[in-house]
Design a protein around this ligand. Structure first.
Ligand code: AP5
Length: 213
């Protein structure tokens, strides 16, 4: 199973990607997490990426394409993968085409997660993330068992630097300009499956299974 998650920031791509991962037993490849991890480790590319991420801009295609190419060469993705946050531009979509062609592979689905802007801004202001393992919570809809402590690894949860309202609004503009046009591209290939980002969390496994088969 090879899946791309597309949708505006905060629509629920990561949340749905992890449910698909559990349902079908394939790993999630999240470019945002890989870039944040590189920034935390202080690599040259990571520090460059952080400057763009903190402003809500896309990290340059050359950096992201290289990170994804390396990740998709590892053995654990041989049975499939869920790309969460990639591709996000025409150049990235073309880079993904090349990687897939070289390996004679095809995408099975592009899940388009939909949600309105106001709901996104409200939702992201209440998101808390684990800086160690990447687990994602919401103060109301998915709170951790202990206040601000990650259920998975016990680290202290944080609010992402780019989850401030003014940066969220800019991320939404960048999404509309650079990423949303990819929907037409993948619709032309017959790959789009539209899933509302406000589907109740407990219904998501059944809903996603009905779309993905
Ligand atoms: P990235 O980390 O990918 O962020 P994003 O795309 O903006 O998406 P988010 O992680 O903010 O949200 P999401 O849609 O995954 O929602 P989530 O499931 O967390 O990218 C960050 C930055 O990195 C970019 O701005 C860019 O700078 C850079 N970058 C990354 N990839 C790049 C690329 N390919 N090229 C260039 N630059 C790149 O859910 C949000 C909240 O809602 C959570 O609190 C969650 O618990 C809650 N929630 C989710 N679903 C539900 C539901 N059904 N019901 C109730 N609550 C829900």
């Amino acid at each position: 199973m090879r899946v791309v998650m597309l949708g505006p920031p905060g629509s629920g791509k990561g949340t749905q990607a992890h449910i698909i991962s559990e349902l079908y037993g394939v790993p999630v490849v999240t470019t945002g997490d890989m870039l944040r991890d590189a920034a935390a480790r202080g690599t040259g590319e990571g520090l460059t990426a952080k400057k763009y991420m903190d402003r809500g801009e896309l990290v340059p295609d050359e950096i992201v394409n290289a990170v994804v190419r390396e990740r998709l060469s590892r053995p654990d993705v041989e049975r499939g993968f869920i790309l969460d946050g990639f591709p996000r531009s025409k150049a990235q979509a073309e880079a993904l085409d090349r990687i897939l062609e070289e390996r004679r592979l095809r995408l099975d689905h592009v899940v388009h997660v939909t949600l309105g802007d106001e709901e996104i801004v409200g939702r992201l202001s209440k998101r808390r993330s684990c800086p160690r393992c990447g687990a994602v919570y919401h103060l109301e809809s998915k709170p951790p068992r202990r206040s601000l402590i990650c259920d998975e690894c016990g680290a202290r949860l944080v609010q992402r630097d780019d989850d401030r309202p003014e940066v969220i609004r800019h991320r939404l503009e960048v999404y509309r300009e650079k990423t949303r046009p990819l929907l037409d591209r993948y619709a032309g290939m017959g790959l789009i499956r539209e899933v509302p980002g406000d589907t109740p969390l407990e219904d998501l496994p059944r809903t996603l299974k009905s779309y993905l088969g």
